[in-house]
Design a protein around this ligand. Structure first.
Ligand code: FAD
Length: 253
């Protein structure tokens, strides 16, 4: 394998998306040919330790390839996590660190004749945002796309205006927002946008069963942390009898 190329990432802007989530907008400084597929991630060498294993953290690229060297990460805060402390309490606009990649096979299928379920919690939405931007930019769509996004409260919802707009920008697209701890569900009142109380699992199971979705033409992409992914894979395999090869996931940790 050829040695990895490390690219400088130059921080241009920080957006305080929610209380515990921030968006970091970088410019990748490279004269090399740098390209990526929607859904891939970069591994960053952060100034948070002496040893390589202490310093490296991976982040999904949250924006579709623009050709202008723009890279966005959407990062949630984990208390006392070294990378979290760096991104939330230290990094400043103008700072630079190195990253390598892109890596990963968590990408959209090429065959559009499919029902695509995009299931995520928290910043697991990041790779799906890049994928959806790609669909919008190519003016293309699948038979159906169900984005099922989970978080705790309405105030924690990231990319809220985009979640609401996507059903109007991509054909046959629905956004499902699942709020596990919100007592008052306010109507978002937008076509193709549905709010649910509870976890993501009930939603994809219900869509799959009530709409009699064809298993042979369906694919499930899941992104987030291990507890949610383990549970989703179990439901898909044992309750919905989805073949393993139809399930892809990106595990954040
Ligand atoms: C391929 C890949 C892509 C990733 N993309 C993103 C991304 O787009 N956005 C993002 O916020 N993170 C992403 N992560 C996670 C990220 O790499 C770090 O693990 C995270 O920022 C925590 O680092 P830390 O040093 O603050 O905490 P650490 O002390 O390194 O965290 C230790 C462990 O805690 C768990 N953990 C960390 N954060 C959370 C959380 N919010 N909820 C539940 N468990 C958690 C993980 O198991 C992690 O390994 C990704 C990870 C991988 C492998």
């Amino acid at each position: 394998m050829p040695p990895a190329i490390w690219y400088p990432l130059h921080l241009k802007k920080i957006i305080h998306e929610t209380e515990f989530t921030r968006r970091f907008l970088f410019e990748i400084e490279t004269t090399e040919h740098f390209e990526y597929q929607a859904g891939q991630f970069l591994t960053c060498d952060l100034p948070i330790g002496d040893k390589r294993a202490q310093r490296w953290r991976s982040y999904s690229i949250a924006n579709w390839f623009s050709g202008k060297g723009e890279i966005e990460f959407c990062i949630s805060y984990k208390e006392k996590g070294p990378a979290s402390e760096y991104f939330f309490n230290k990094i400043q606009v103008g700072n630079v660190f190195k990253c390598k990649g892109p890596e990963g096979t968590f990408i959209l299928p090429e065959n559009l004749d499919q029902n695509v379920f995009l299931i995520c919690t928290g910043t697991g939405l990041a790779p799906f945002r890049a994928m959806i931007q790609k669909l919008i930019s190519y003016k293309t769509s699948f038979n159906s796309t169900h984005l099922i996004y989970g978080t705790r409260f309405l105030k924690d919802v990231i990319y809220k205006s985009e979640l609401i707009a996507w059903p109007q920008q991509v054909q046959n697209f629905n956004t499902h927002i699942c709020l596990s701890r919100e007592n008052n569900l306010t109507e978002l009142n937008a076509p193709g946008v549905y709010q649910h109380s509870g976890y993501v699992h009930e939603v994809y199971k219900s869509i799959f069963q009530t709409k009699h979705v064809d298993t042979t033409k369906s694919i499930f992409l899941i992104c987030g942390w291990n507890a949610m992914i383990d549970e989703a894979v179990l439901h898909l395999l044992s309750d919905l009898k989805i073949p393993r090869e139809k399930i892809r996931f990106e595990l954040y940790g």
